[in-house]
Design a protein around this ligand. Structure first.
Ligand SMILES: CCCCCCCCCCCCCCCCCC(=O)NCCO
Length: 575
């Protein structure tokens, strides 16, 4: 008998040693690929830096001081060329990168694209397209021919796109020049911005804080002035949270209003909670400018039949009709810290002053909605994600969520039961993984019913739009996001509903907010993390979220723009 046990022991040891050495070889291979990429990135940056002087420094700095509308105008009028604009923004992007580590690779073809545009512009019968010569930055997960979309996985290195994503081809058709790719968190399913290839992107206001995620390379770049317009993606807040953390504007359109052909998401095959790509920029009008031109004419509608053929409606964006707008500053699931609640109050006052009617709105059962969100994101209990991460080098910031996903399903349920009295929100999250297809079907049914309930409640009040917080915290230290993933209730809700949802800067954290934080109630460990992580944030930007039902992006943008105008008027008056 003893020899059978010994044999099993020896075989187990051999199996285990072989696995360990296979893993060792794999990690070494990934690390070599990472080293090669880090060197390639440096060469890419150095190469661009060397070419900057092909354009006079005074021209570059003159372009760098232009507002977006001045840039558009001077390119249209031929005051500056596409090549000059490109060099000006390459220079700013390098400076932003040195401060925040926001870039993955420069798109070298940008130079020939700009030159081709300038060549065409020499002909008198050439009509310049509306985005002629505008440099645009692209989130790393969006296909650009010849570049890989690693999504922060080292195993994704070298797997280059064979063609551009539709959104990239469209930008090029409109005359824009995609010029640089920006950093993301590993897996994209995080609002931090760190991965084992390109490292951690910092917030331009404070490098110890996150720029948000997953479009964090974009937000850090744009907030530093390194790109006039960027493309982000959002399945739970990945455009909106980075914009909030860095003080810029951005919008997640409803899912099928833009094309997703060739954009790579975090987890594939996820009905009822889909990702949306959208613009990010220093101001709302720039975001509206891009969408206006993408939804005018039928370039987009004739290229991708899955895009709803809803054209841009200027009459809604520019309307003066007074709106009825709902507002809330607490979703009763996660209490926002004082600065975030004040931002909603200030936005409300601005909108009231502009003549709109503001009505208190209590979103129905956000606890249930959050649970549906987690279920729909993790339909397979996290298996797809864990498989990818097991074959990779795991980023430290992602470890808290991986630990949770690794708990066997039955243990998750038991833990949920035990934790309910002391840690009720974590208990909710631990109860969400569907165990089989019939539980999954019920999740989808509950999402459909929730959509109906929310929308009816809005209809009963006659609401055109809603304003609410984007998050519960200002920008936080890099290790915090995945420890308190439940704070995405404010953004994830509108992915679940597939609403148009955008954010705009309203204020910054004040000394008074910091003092009021002392009274932030701590009822469970998550509250404690939020309270601690929100300290030392004086001066950090704070945004408000504006939402409207599907295909009402023009209303959403209009509300955002009016808030932005009101904030500017207030700031100008102070100075
Ligand atoms: C066993 C219980 C585990 C519970 C963990 C559930 C985690 C669910 C996922 C929560 C993720 C929250 C972060 C989302 C940030 C935004 C992500 C985003 O929009 N990405 C864009 C992808 O294109």
């Amino acid at each position: 008998m003893w020899w059978i046990l010994a044999l099993i022991g020896v075989l187990t040891a051999i199996y285990w040693l072989r696995r360990r050495s296979a893993r060792g070889r794999q990690v070494a291979k990934l690390q070599m690929a990472i080293e090669r990429r880090v060197e390639e990135r440096q060469r890419s940056i150095d190469g661009v830096r060397k070419s900057l002087d092909s354009i006079d420094a005074s021209v570059r700095s003159a372009i760098q001081t232009l507002s977006f509308s001045q840039l558009v105008e001077s390119l249209q009028e031929g005051k500056y060329s596409a090549a000059q604009a490109l060099r000006a923004y390459q220079e700013k992007a390098i400076a932003a990168h040195e401060k925040t580590n926001c870039l993955t690779l420069f798109i070298h073809e940008a130079e020939s694209w700009a030159a081709e545009l300038d060549e065409k512009a020499k002909s008198s019968d050439y009509k310049k397209p509306p985005l002629f010569g505008i440099p645009v930055s692209i989130k790393e997960c969006v296909n650009v021919k010849g570049y890989d979309q690693t999504r922060g996985y080292a195993q994704g290195l070298g797997d280059e796109a064979k063609e551009d994503a539709t959104i990239v081809s469209h930008l090029k058709a409109l005359g824009a020049v995609p010029f640089v790719l920006t950093n993301v968190p590993q897996s994209l399913l995080s609002y931090a911005c760190s991965n084992p290839i390109y490292g951690t992107t910092g917030n331009p206001y404070d490098p110890t804080k996150v720029p948000g995620g997953s479009s964090g390379g974009e937000s850090a770049l744009i907030a530093s002035g390194g790109s006039p317009l960027g493309i982000g993606g959002d399945v739970g807040g990945s455009i909106r949270i980075p914009c909030h953390f860095t003080g810029i504007a951005g919008i997640k359109p409803s899912h099928i209003r833009l094309s997703h052909r060739g954009t790579r998401g975090s987890v594939p095959g996820r009905p009822l909670i889909n990702a949306s790509d959208g613009p990010m920029a220093a101001d709302v009008d720039t975001c509206a400018f891009m969408l206006r031109h993408m939804w005018t004419g039928d370039w987009l509608f004739s290229r991708d039949p899955y895009v709803a053929p809803v054209p841009w409606r200027e009459e809604i964006y520019s309307s003066e009709r007074k709106l009825i707008i709902g507002y809330y500053d607490d979703d009763k699931w996660f209490l926002p810290t004082p600065a975030l609640r004040r931002a909603v109050q200030e936005a409300k006052e601005i909108l009231e002053k502009a003549g709109h009617r503001l009505i208190r709105f209590d979103p129905p059962d956000v606890s249930a909605a959050f649970s549906h969100f987690v279920s729909a994101v993790s339909v397979d209990g996290g298996t797809y994600l864990l498989n990818r991460l097991d074959n990779d080098i795991l980023d430290d910031t992602y470890k808290p969520i991986v630990r949770l996903y690794r708990i066997p399903l039955l243990v998750q349920r038991a833990l949920s039961y035990l934790l309910r009295p002391i840690y009720p929100r974590l208990a909710t999250a631990l109860r969400c993984m569907p165990r089989n297809t019939s539980e999954l079907r019920s999740v989808y049914e509950r999402i459909e019913l929730y959509r109906e309930r929310f929308t009816r409640q809005m209809e009963q009040l006659g609401l055109d739009a809603i304003i609410c917080p984007v998050q519960v915290m200002p920008a936080v230290p890099h290790d915090v996001p995945m420890k308190v993933f439940a704070t995405v209730s404010y953004t994830g809700l509108f992915n679940l509903l597939d609403y148009a949802a955008g954010v705009v800067r309203v204020t910054e954290v004040s000394e008074e907010d910091e003092q009021a934080l002392e009274n932030y109630p701590v009822n469970d460990p998550w509250d404690k993390v939020v309270k601690e992580a929100s300290k030392g944030a004086v001066g950090l930007p704070i945004a408000v979220q504006c939402v409207a039902p599907p295909f009402r992006e023009e209303i959403c943008l209009r509300v955002m723009r009016e808030i932005e105008t009101g904030v500017r008027t207030k700031t100008d008056r102070k100075h």
